[in-house]
Each structure stands twice: as C-alpha cells, then as structure tokens.
Ligand binder design. Structure first.
Ligand code: MN
Length: 230
C-alpha cells in the first residue's frame, strides 16, 4: 500500500489562550444587511440563503497583528466582505430561535474574501459560486472570543479600513436575519456540529483590494486584525 495521506486538522485561534478551536465546516450567509443587499441588486427581506467554504480556507491572524495574505489566482477583482463569525459549540438540528444561544461557543471577526469577477460570471450563467467564494485562504479571521466572556452579541460596531481609509462601517444590529434566526434557518438544512463556523454576511461598502493594500478589521467587542495583501 502507498503511504496514506496525512491531513492537518484545521483549527481557529482563541483569544488569550493557547488552545485552539477545531473547525468542522464553514457556512456563509448571503445578503444579510439591507444596504449591502441593495448594492448587490436585491431588495426586501428574502429568506436567508447559504453557501459553504472548505474548512481549510481559514487563515488565522493573531489579535492586532498584520499578516501577509496571498492574492489569489484567476481574479482581477478581489473583494473584501467584513463579517461577524459565529462559532458553534453544540450539535443540533431544527433549532428554535429562542434556543439558539446555547449552540453558540463564541464570536470572531472574519473576511469573506470574494473573487467578484468569477462570482459574477457564474451568477450570470446560473452556475455554482464555489470558484468565486471557496478558494484557498478565502476566510481570514481573528481569534474567537468565547461567549462567556463577551455575552450574546446583538449589536456593536464593526469596521474595515483599507490603507487607513474607512470602507465598511456597520453594526451587528443591522443584520436582516439576526444570529439566532440564522442558526434556526441553517439547522433546518444541515445538522450543526461543534466546530462549525458561520460567516453571517456583510454590510455595505464591499470593494476591491489589490496587492500592497493593508486591510484592517476592527470591532467594538471582538479581536481586530490586519492583512497585507501580497
Ligand atoms: Mn459574504
């Protein structure tokens, strides 16, 4: 028998401790802030929709550090999407909105990096988005803050700057579907597992980044981080 492949487990950093959070799946919510839905050409409160990234798309960045992040292949129009990430700690399906809190292990800030040009072509042709959304290192994130130290988050400012200029400013209270509602919807379609991460959608102001840009992510209650696009 040939040697069996050895695979590194995917883990996400936790704020302030050396232990790491084992990652199972990455779910993402589309168009979950009204002003972003509008800039993408949608309107109204349509039911939340979901897509996935591979777990190993996670790119950990330590709190308040700047990491070199590689510009991906194939794209001429790479976009940033600033998002709250929810880390799931319990298994469950058909979760009720008022029961959702106990499934939340913690929160982090993350980026749903998007090859917008490829996504747009696939959308136009009614083909899957994977190539636009699920590429290598497409999910940079800061360390996770456990819910017991920050409480349940329903509001709080989040911001993304590029080269010192504010590009995305939002508040968690502006989500069309709040975290509990997202968990309820998602758990009807898939059984949630410990280690699942949910990228909960982005406020308005998405736009391109190029090599040399420094993307800075900050949030009122969560760990911030920066990327230098190389
Ligand atoms: Mn997104």
């Amino acid at each position: 028998m040939q040697p069996l492949p050895t695979i590194e487990p995917v883990r996400a950093a936790i704020r302030g401790v050396a232990e790491r959070f084992s990652v199972h799946r990455i779910y993402c919510v589309g168009r979950n802030y009204a002003d972003h839905a509008k800039e993408m050409g949608a309107s109204g409160r349509e039911p939340p929709f979901f897509f996935l990234k591979p777990a190993d798309a996670i790119f950990n960045v330590a709190e308040d550090q700047t990491a070199d992040w590689p510009y991906p292949s194939l794209t001429q129009d790479l976009h940033h999407e600033l998002e709250l990430v929810v880390a799931i700690g319990q298994r469950g399906r058909d979760i009720a909105v008022n029961d959702a809190r106990r499934f939340i292990w913690g929160y982090a800030m993350g980026l749903d990096m998007t090859r917008r040009d490829l996504q747009s072509v696939m959308k136009k042709e009614s083909k899957p988005w994977c190539i636009g959304k699920g590429f290598d290192f497409s999910a940079p994130m800061g360390p996770i803050t456990p819910i017991e130290s920050v409480g349940e988050l329903s509001s709080g400012s989040i911001q993304l700057d590029i080269n010192g200029v504010a590009r995305q400013r939002g508040d968690l209270s502006q989500m069309i579907w709040n975290v509990a509602e997202v968990i309820a919807h998602l758990s009807r379609a898939w059984e949630l597992h410990p280690g699942d991460l949910i990228f909960t959608g982005t406020p308005a102001g998405v736009g391109p980044v190029v090599r040399g840009d420094v993307i800075r992510v900050t949030a009122a209650q969560l760990a911030g981080f920066s990327l230098r696009v190389v």
